[in-house]
Design a protein around this ligand. Structure first.
Ligand SMILES: [Zn+2]
Length: 322
């Protein structure tokens, strides 16, 4: 399904990959595809991604801190399958030209330095690297990270406690004892801008970079709609009621570890703020002018969410509404 232009501009929203799910249950096809000279393979280890270059890995950034220049994904071929017998392989899909795309999760013990691909790439912090990813690379990398993080946390059956094993090219786990089937989880998160007239509500957490502001956000709970979750979170965190209007904008897969960030704008009923200090350090209303200068990088006291994050695009969408 085609994406709107605004949605297609958001980092990590995938493009150019057909998931080709009908191949997931065909081990012979998957093996042949992986071993073909058309295979494209990306590699991860403990949540980090293999990227081009030899510089040391970036440290995870403080939220709101400027990110280093991104680095492109280092794509390997089927020879990647010989690097470790303990690697976990998942099938991501096919490119528009029909090349099969896989991801490998290397065991913690895997050392690049003593491997045949030493010097070609480095495992880097995902967020730090990702600003260089285009939609194809970002989509593949985010999908792989979310699936591998799910596998890492779901080695045992929530139903009976026995071991589970990977089936269907990485897209399912099955309990070896009770046969319960388990599927990769996606956790919906409402991330929203409450607005009133010519002002928008932003908040910040204590651990964030000083001067950094962002949209409020929170997990959707069982039994509520995304609009209700957004209104509830704004009220819980900042004491502001939003009961009249909620507009869905776009969403973003966010593999830390398995969120789907759902961007919205809500009309607030009033301006009085009561901050829940267990959630936020503070929250306040920003005028349109303040917000525009913050987004333009000309506000010396306030810094906006990075381009990589959907919050940036939610704020931008509100400014563009005029
Ligand atoms: Zn079980």
């Amino acid at each position: 399904m085609p994406l709107s232009k605004a949605a297609a501009d958001i980092p990590l929203v995938p493009a150019g990959l057909d998931r080709a799910a009908h191949h997931r249950r065909d081990p012979a096809w998957l093996d042949a595809a992986f071993n073909s000279d058309r295979a494209r393979v990306l590699m991860m280890r403990e949540g980090q991604i293999l990227v081009e270059g030899s510089a040391p890995a970036s440290a995870p950034a403080q939220i709101g801190a400027p990110l280093p220049p991104g680095r492109p994904v280092l794509w390997l071929g089927s020879q990647a399958g010989m690097l470790s017998p303990k690697a976990t392989r998942i099938f991501l899909g096919e490119t528009v030209k029909g090349s099969p795309v896989f991801a490998l999760e290397m065991p913690t013990s895997f050392s690049l330095d003593s491997s045949p691909i030493a010097g070609l790439g480095v495992f880097d912090d995902f967020r730090a690297a990702a600003s260089a990813f285009d939609a194809f690379n970002g989509g593949c990398a985010a999908t792989a990270r979310a699936i591998f993080e799910w596998h890492r946390r779901h080695g045992f059956c929530p139903n009976c406690g026995a071991r589970t094993k990977i089936v269907e090219a990485g897209w399912k786990r099955v309990c070896e004892d009770c046969a319960a089937e388990h599927f990769p989880r996606v956790d919906p998160v409402a991330i929203m801008l409450a607005v009133r007239g010519d002002k928008c509500l932003l908040g910040r957490q204590k651990a964030w970079r000083p001067g950094f502001w962002s949209c409020l956000a929170g997990f959707v709970e069982p039994g509520e709609t995304i609009e209700q979750a957004a209104a509830r979170e704004i009220f819980e965190d900042a004491g502001v009621r939003c009961t009249t209007k909620a507009d869905y904008l776009f969403c973003q897969p966010w593999p830390f570890p398995s969120s789907l960030m759902i961007g919205m704008i809500l009309e607030a009923d009033g301006e009085e703020i009561t901050v829940d200090e267990s959630e936020l350090e503070t929250a306040r209303w920003f005028t349109r002018e303040e917000t525009a200068s913050m987004m333009a990088g000309t506000n010396p006291d306030a810094f906006p969410p990075m381009h990589f994050a959907i919050a940036h695009h939610v704020i931008k969408a509100w400014l563009e509404r005029g």
